[in-house]
Design a protein around this ligand. Structure first.
Ligand code: GLN
Length: 190
């Protein structure tokens, strides 16, 4: 086997510590990404949940956007959860916030409505035998996919997980449960 793959977790804001811990529980090598040098050193990237406007602003301030876009166009796997999903979307209805614009999806922010700010649900995910527990926190959903994007999970009629080749997104937070299925799925894309 070639050298061990290194997964980066974008560590500007949000739930990066939890993703790093989940990756380590998968026995993967996980580093925090805060510089262009970090982006060069990784084989895959997770963009965590948090606040998508803040993550977007920090991507601009740290001047990391172009290097992530370049690596992802060259095939590096990128996985965005919750705010990370928004940051990866080509369209964010009703917002002009910064986005990497990587994936052929429209991601609607805070889309499950205020009365259900946060909730948990068991999800059917394409290709997975067992249901996966999804933790949703002021979660977005995907309201439109196009191109090569494939829907992997739907909850309450809304797309909550999708993949386009080397790109993966989920509305929910797989790093907040002990179940490593989604992280292992992402590692399988490397
Ligand atoms: N609502 C947040 C946003 O729009 C996302 C919430 C989350 O990542 N848990 O950025």
């Amino acid at each position: 086997m070639a050298g061990k793959k290194v997964i980066g977790v974008l560590a500007l804001q949000g739930a990066f510590v939890e993703h790093q811990a989940a990756l380590r529980r998968c026995k993967a090598e996980a580093i925090r990404v805060r510089s262009k040098e970090d982006v060069k050193a990784i084989d895959g990237l997770i963009i965590p949940g948090g606040e998508s406007t803040t993550i977007g602003r920090l991507l601009v301030d740290y001047d990391l956007g172009d290097s992530i876009i370049e690596r992802s166009r060259a095939g590096m796997p990128v996985f965005g959860t919750c705010a990370g999903m928004i940051v990866m979307a080509k369209e964010i209805p009703g917002s002009d916030q910064y986005s990497l614009g990587l994936m052929d999806i429209s991601a609607r922010r805070n889309a499950f409505g205020r009365q259900v700010d946060s909730f948990e649900a068991y999800l059917d995910v394409k290709g997975q035998a067992k249901k996966i527990k999804g933790v949703f926190i002021r979660a977005p959903y995907v309201d439109r996919v196009w191109g090569e994007t494939e829907v992997l999970s739907v909850y309450d009629g809304k797309v909550v997980m999708a993949r386009e080749n080397n790109l993966l997104v989920s509305s929910f937070h797989p790093e907040l449960t002990p179940d490593l299925t989604v992280h292992k799925y992402f590692l399988g894309m490397l």
